[in-house]
Design a protein around this ligand. Structure first.
Ligand SMILES: Nc1nc2c(c(=O)[nH]1)N(C=O)[C@@H](CNc1ccc(C(=O)N[C@@H](CCC(=O)O)C(=O)O)cc1)CN2
Ligand SMILES: Nc1ncnc2c1ncn2[C@@H]1O[C@H](COP(=O)(O)OP(=O)(O)OP(=O)(O)O)[C@@H](O)[C@H]1O
Length: 195
């Protein structure tokens, strides 16, 4: 199967999961993320989250839990000029939001609210599929691949990436491209994967 075929198939599987199953899954992952971050000083720790869309595991419970614990959170925003790149902006309950070209909620772009990748401690990221080596298949924009490249090249010593996913999005082996960077960790409702 090609990447595009796999992407379509996995997206279809994810979209067909029942609503109550999705809700339980989101809560289970919120618990696991909370466990994983235990011991970190919340006020001093910045966690990049994302707003789920297109059948992704619901991240609202994760975001809610991080706020309850006092973590600093940021959300990805499509870069206004650099195609295929993300910016990360401060995100709190009173952040003014807008919708990007894909219909995903993101903070209004204000330069004061941009947080450099070097100031982010934990990068929670979406995926469409993953395999037993931590390889990741995304939506196809290369956005997170470009973000992960900074980490992989050692430019972000504090950053730690963790993928969030349904168990149903795992395949035994993904086709890998030169720019793909495997994730060190993925949290699903059923398992905490460390690669
Ligand atoms: N929740 C969430 N936020 C995210 C991402 C994500 O995967 N999930 N991204 C992670 O990169 C970025 C947005 N990336 C996207 C890339 C492609 C399409 C998209 O709809 N592309 C095609 C259809 C592809 C398909 O359905 O297979 C299109 O434009 O029609 C949407 C978002 C930033 N924010
Ligand atoms: N580090 C990079 N530098 C330059 N181009 C890149 C980089 N990473 C990915 N790309 C480009 O981005 C495009 C999309 O890549 P790919 O299909 O792997 O996206 P994805 O991982 O599914 O999406 P995303 O990371 O946005 O969730 C590819 O055409 C690739 O050439």
């Amino acid at each position: 199967m090609t990447r595009q075929e796999l992407r379509r198939k996995l997206q279809q599987i994810r979209r067909s999961l029942p609503q109550d199953y999705a809700k339980q899954a989101g809560m289970a992952v919120a618990d696991a993320v909370e466990q994983r971050l235990r011991g970190l000083e919340p006020a001093q720790t910045t966690v990049a989250v994302y707003h789920s869309f297109a059948g992704e595991l619901p991240t609202q419970p994760v975001i809610q839990r991080l706020w309850e614990n006092g973590f600093q959170t940021v959300l990805p925003v499509l870069h206004p000029f650099a195609k295929g790149h993300l910016l990360f902006l401060r995100y709190s309950p009173d952040t003014r939001m807008t919708q990007n070209k894909y219909g995903i909620e993101e903070p209004e772009l204000r330069v004061d609210n941009v947080v450099p990748l070097t100031d982010i401690d934990v990068l929670l990221l979406p995926l469409v599929g993953f395999d037993e080596k931590g390889n990741r298949l995304g939506m196809g924009g290369g956005y997170y691949d470009r973000t992960l490249a900074h980490w992989y090249n050692g430019h972000t010593p504090h950053l730690f990436p963790i993928g969030l996913s349904y168990d149903e999005q795992r395949v035994s082996e993904l086709p890998v491209e030169a720019w793909d960077i495997p994730l060190p960790e993925i949290i699903t409702p059923g398992k905490h994967w460390r690669f």
